[in-house]
Design a protein around this ligand. Sequence first.
Ligand code: NAD
Ligand code: TDX
Length: 332
Amino acid sequence: MAKLLVTGGAGFIGSNFVHHVLGTTDDTVTVLDKLSYAGNLASLDGLDERRLRFVRGDITDAELVGELMPEHDAVVHFAAESHNDNSLHDPRPFLDTNIIGTYTLLEAVRRSGVRLHHISTDEVYGDLELDDPQRFTETTPYNPSSPYSSTKAGSDLLVRAWVRSFGVQATISNCSNNYGPFQHVEKFIPRQITNALRGERPKLYGAGANVRDWIHATDHSSAVLTILEKGAIGETYLIGADGEKNNREVVELILALLGQPADAYDSVTDRAGHDLRYAIDSTKLRTELGWEPEFRDFEAGLAATIDWYRDNEAWWAPAKDGVEAFYAAKGQ
Ligand code: NAD
Ligand code: TDX
């Protein structure tokens, strides 16, 4: 039984991870989350309160982080500014949370000796051509494109340096695009599902040829638990579930699952610097640590996600109008 400190545990993947940990282990969890626009306490509703504590606070608050750290066996670090489009509009919060926040946690684990698992993204590797037979591996050179991905790349490099220079007990994972319940409506799949549910047309950037490698958030969670239990200190593991799809295919599938015409979407202004394709080779995680994904049927996972958004309008409706106003102002 471990005592976990989970930063960003009120966000999309962090809350899915907390559900997974409390549902599959005897571990206890402290969530540290500042409840930015992306955090939602309702995502933790219904969980066992004897095993879950919530602390509202900022990961850049060194005093708070320093107090909490020694009470735990490990910290799993999800907290981040996570949306590329926001990073193009206002990069500063990305530097504060993703760089200074990670630095603050690293200094606290350096003092306390607590194990850190750092959650990162495949976007640190830049993008691939559509017809490139290669996928990203742990040895692909870093080449981030956006303010978001460059701050995530910077945070990964800080973790590596703190391992080497100070002997910090840390591991890193870089995962592909997640989908599932509790994802903010600013992101691609929830935006299109909630548009279609509201009778609005989905909005595809450009021609929709860009490819993302989709993984269910529960599979991301099981992979992180596996790395916490069996991962080697100082190592990086790529997490992916062989889920490559282009954006147009995803929108057409959402429309089909909702019984709407396949062409009932709009093509809108493309994202500046839009990465073409991400693709993960997760052989290391699978062969060295024995992890396998459970959600192999994307259509079934997407159908369940659509059901979740249909059943939980009270969770997403408060954010929807503001998000659409933000996009509309940019012709998206
Ligand atoms: P999210 O935006 O849904 O959630 C982020 C959470 O962090 C929110 O609850 C927010 O309140 C909290 N937070 C933000 N700044 C904070 C701060 N300074 N102090 C404390 N809490 C703060 O993000 P997500 O999509 O769940 O992503 C979680 C992590 O996974 C991020 O590190 C992201 O880079 C990584 N990741 C995401 C994906 C994806 O597809 N969404 C894929 C790979 C990796
Ligand atoms: O309305 C939209 N229309 C559209 O075509 C939106 C919001 C997005 N898109 C496209 C852009 C991308 O090609 O869909 C794709 C997915 O977009 P996002 O959901 O914004 O994700 P992405 O930029 O790929 O980044 C995500 O995966 C990696 C997460 O937001 C990151 O946190 C993670 O690191």
